[in-house]
Write a protein of this length. Structure first.
Length: 278
């Protein structure tokens, strides 16, 4: 790294005349007021990038699993509620059917009673009245029978629905169990590693100036590979692989200001700062 700085020093005067790149964060003025030199900031930012990339890798390992587990949990809970409600409906139907059966028993008892009274009628009016009553009770029995048939049919359909739901519930429950186990396994394997990484990343973040950090986070969010800081690779941006003009490459190697890629907006550092040999 020391050797690179020497080269940088030599070019310094020439470079300082170059217009400051629009999106670059110039912090060189502040170094005397106790702030970290740009080089150190970039190093910290790059270290942060490496850690966040590791965490990204762990997340990729989990993939869609956390969402799948959440979806299955929702579905299982929904099925449970549905089964419960159907069972309440089935109970209501049973009660209603029972009530209709009582109606039939009562009506049949009345019919028997009236028929016995028919043997002892004293006049036609009494006979007519009793006959009408018997007819009426007979209709009541018919009606109750019809209702029982309807409700029984309903109960049968409901029962089938409950069975279907229960089967689905069991399938989903089994899916959920295996997905959860899979996820738990990945989490337990990577948990400590991830926690350590997150802790380190948090510490590093405190050493990075808020403006630079938020710019970095914004770039990272919009970048598909999650890289906010990249180094020069074969004279090109390590993020979008567009060529970087030689003068700009020199600026980057000077490490005196934060320079971003003209094409993708990623912060570019020189390979040596990233600990990579060119
Ligand atoms: Zn780029």
């Amino acid at each position: 790294m020391a050797k690179k700085e020497q080269t940088a020093e030599q070019k310094k005067k020439k470079v300082s005349v170059e217009p400051v790149i629009e999106q670059s964060v110039n912090t060189t003025d502040k170094t005397e007021s106790g702030e970290l030199p740009v080089e150190q900031k970039l190093t910290n930012l790059y270290r942060l990038q490496l850690m966040l990339s590791e965490i990204d890798k762990i997340k990729t390992l989990r993939g869609e699993l956390p969402f799948e587990v959440q979806d299955l949990e929702d579905e299982v809970a929904g099925l449970q509620t549905r089964i419960h409600n159907f069972q309440l409906d089935a109970k209501d139907l049973d009660t209603t059917i029972g009530q209709q059966r009582i109606k039939i028993t009562d009506a049949n008892a009345s019919i028997e009673k009236y028929q016995a009274q028919l043997d002892n009628v004293r006049n036609n009016r009494e006979f007519d009245n009793l006959s009408k009553e018997i007819e009426y009770q007979g209709l009541e029995v018919e009606l109750a029978d019809k209702r029982i048939r309807e409700f029984t049919h309903e109960a049968k359909i409901l029962g089938e629905e409950i069975q279907k739901c229960k089967k689905l519930y069991e399938e989903r429950q089994a899916d959920l169990k295996s997905k959860k186990e899979e996820l738990d396994e990945i989490i337990s394997e990577t948990k400590i590693q991830e926690e350590q990484m997150r802790e380190k990343a948090k510490q590093l973040e405190t050493t990075i100036e808020p403006r630079l950090l938020s710019a970095f986070k914004r770039i990272r969010k919009s970048a598909r590979n999650g890289l906010g800081v990249v180094y020069i690779q074969r004279d090109a941006c390590g993020g979008c692989f567009n060529k970087i003009p030689p003068q700009r490459q020199l600026d980057i190697k000077l490490r005196k200001k934060t320079i971003v890629c003209e094409h993708c907006g990623r912060i570019i550092i020189d390979p040596a700062l990233a600990g990579v040999e060119e």
